[in-house]
Design a binder for this molecule. Structure first.
Ligand code: CMC
Length: 391
C-alpha cells in the first residue's frame, strides 16, 4: 500500500527549491536574492527590487534604465478592458475587480499567454508589470466613481502609479516626496515572501502550464483572503472598531483569546515567523516617522501600539509565539498616505507582483512537475447505486 503523509496547510512540506527569497522564521531574517530586507528598504527602490527578483542581480544604471523603458512600453491597457471595468458595480471589491481584469488581459495579450523562452517570459513579465499598475489604479477610480487616468512615462513606476490613482481633471497633482518614498518602501517590503499562500497558488496554477497572467489572477484571489493579504484592511477596520468601542485594548485581546469567539487579532501571528516579522519592525518605525513628517495624529496608531503591548504581555500570545506581522502597521501608513481602506490589499498585490512573476518563471525554468497533492479518503465505503424512486 502507498504511504501518504498528511500535512494540512502544508505546515511542514517543502514544495520546491528556490533561489529567490530566504526566510528564517526563528531569527526573523528575510532576504531577497541574498540582500537583507532592511538594506533594500533603506537603500533600494521598488523598480530596482523588481529587477533583482526577476533577474537575480542588482541592475547597473544602464540595465535599470532599459528595464524601466521596457515596462513603459506596456504601461497602457486596452479600452475594451475599460469597458469590462465599466460593467462592474461600484460596490465591487477592488480585489475581485483586479483579479478579473488580470484574467481578462489574457485575451488581449496572446503572445504573453504562450511565453516559453527566456526572452518571451521576460516580455510577459514587463508587460504585466506595466499594465498591473494601471489596472490596480482603475479599481480605485471605479469605486470612487472617478474618470480613469493614463500612464505618464516620464515618471518613475511608483510616481506613475500614484498619479494613476489620484490625478483629477483640471487640477495639478502635488506629489509629496515623503509620500512617494513611503509607498516605495512599502512595496519593497511586500515584494516577495517565498512560498506563502498566494505565491504557492501562482506556482500551482502555473505548474499546469497555465499562462502567467491567469496564474497571477489566481494569486490575486488568494491574496484577497483575510488570513493573508486581506488582513491589512481588516486591521484598520478592527482598530476603528476598538476606537469606537472606547479604546479598551485588553477587552479585544481577551476576545481574541476566547476559543468560543472566532475573532482573531488581525495583523498578529504568522505561519513562519515565531520570533518577530522583520517587515513589521521596519513598518512600525516608518509609521511613526511618516505620520510625524506629514503632521498627522492618528488615534489608530496609538491604539495599535497599546494593543501590541497588551498582546505581547499576555501568556496566550507569548506561548503561541504570536507577534505583529507585516499587515499590523501597514494600513496605518496607507491611510496616512490618503489611500482608502478597501484599496489596501490591492497595494499589497502591486508590491507582491514581481515576487509572483519571479516565482512563476523559476517554476517553469526548473521544469517542475504539475502540482498535485494527495489525500487520505475518509468518505463512504463502496456501495450500490439506488434508483431515485427507491431513495
Ligand atoms: N489571534 C488569536 N489567536 C491566534 C491568532 C490571532 N491573530 N493567530 C493564531 N492564533 C492562535 C490559533 O488560534 C492557534 O491557537 P491554538 O493552538 O490554541 O489552537 C495558534 O495560535 C496557532 O495558530 P494557527 O492558526 O494554527 O497558525 P497558522 O500558522 O495556521 O496561521 C495565520 C497563521 C497568520 C493565518 C494566523 O496567525 C492568523 O489568522 N492571523 C490573523 C490574520 C493575519 O494577520 N494574517 C496576515 C498574515 S502575514 C501577511 C500575509 O500573509 O498576508
Amino acid at each position: 500500500d502507498e504511504i501518504i503523509t498528511l500535512d494540512p496547510g502544508y505546515k511542514n512540506t517543502g514544495s520546491c527549491k528556490s533561489e529567490i527569497t530566504y526566510l528564517d522564521g526563528e531569527k526573523g531574517v528575510l532576504m531577497y536574492r541574498g540582500y537583507s530586507i532592511e538594506q533594500l528598504a533603506e537603500k533600494s527602490s521598488f523598480v530596482e527590487v523588481m529587477y533583482l527578483l526577476l533577474k537575480g542581480e542588482l541592475p547597473t544604471a544602464t540595465e535599470l534604465q532599459k528595464f524601466k523603458d521596457d515596462i513603459n512600453e506596456y504601461n497602457f491597457v486596452s479600452e475594451d478592458i475599460a469597458k469590462i471595468l465599466a460593467a462592474f458595480p461600484s460596490s465591487a471589491h477592488p480585489m475581485g475587480v483586479l483579479s478579473s481584469l488580470t484574467s481578462a488581459l489574457t485575451a488581449f495579450n496572446p503572445k504573453a499567454v504562450n511565453a516559453k523562452s527566456e526572452e518571451e517570459m521576460y516580455r510577459a513579465a514587463v508587460t504585466l508589470i506595466g499594465k498591473f499598475a494601471v489596472l490596480a489604479s482603475w479599481t480605485l477610480r471605479k469605486v470612487k466613481g472617478l474618470p480613469l487616468n493614463y500612464s505618464d512615462s516620464k515618471l518613475d513606476y511608483v510616481e506613475n502609479f500614484y498619479q494613476l490613482m489620484f490625478k483629477n481633471p483640471n487640477k495639478d497633482l502635488q506629489m509629496d516626496p515623503i509620500v512617494i518614498d513611503a509607498l516605495d518602501k512599502l512595496l519593497i517590503l511586500h515584494a516577495d515572501h517565498e512560498q506563502n499562500c498566494s505565491t504557492s497558488t501562482v506556482r500551482l496554477v502555473g505548474s499546469a502550464h497555465t499562462g502567467l497572467f491567469a496564474s497571477i489572477s489566481a494569486g490575486v484571489s488568494a491574496l484577497w483572503g483575510p488570513l493573508h493579504g486581506g488582513a491589512n484592511q481588516e486591521v484598520v477596520e478592527m482598530l476603528e472598531k476598538i476606537k469606537e468601542d472606547g479604546g479598551d485594548v485588553q477587552k479585544w485581546v481577551d476576545k481574541a483569546k476566547d476559543k468560543n469567539d472566532d475573532f482573531r487579532l488581525m495583523g498578529f501571528g504568522h505561519r513562519v515567523y515565531k520570533n518577530f516579522d522583520p517587515r513589521a519592525r521596519i513598518i512600525k518605525k516608518a509609521a511613526d516617522q511618516i505620520l510625524e513628517k506629514l503632521g498627522i495624529q492618528d488615534e489608530a496608531l496609538e491604539i495599535a501600539k497599546k494593543l501590541e503591548l497588551a498582546a505581547l504581555e499576555d501568556e496566550y500570545f507569548v506561548s503561541r509565539k504570536l507577534y505583529p506581522n507585516v499587515d499590523f502597521y501597514s494600513g496605518i501608513i496607507y491611510k496616512a498616505l490618503g489611500i482608502p481602506t478597501e484599496m489596501f490589499t490591492v497595494m499589497f498585490a502591486v508590491g507582491r507582483l514581481p515576487g509572483w512573476i519571479a516565482q512563476w518563471i523559476e517554476m517553469r525554468q526548473n521544469n517542475e512537475p504539475i502540482g498535485r497533492p494527495r489525500q487520505i479518503y475518509t468518505g463512504a465505503p463502496k456501495r450500490d447505486y439506488i434508483d431515485i424512486e427507491n431513495r
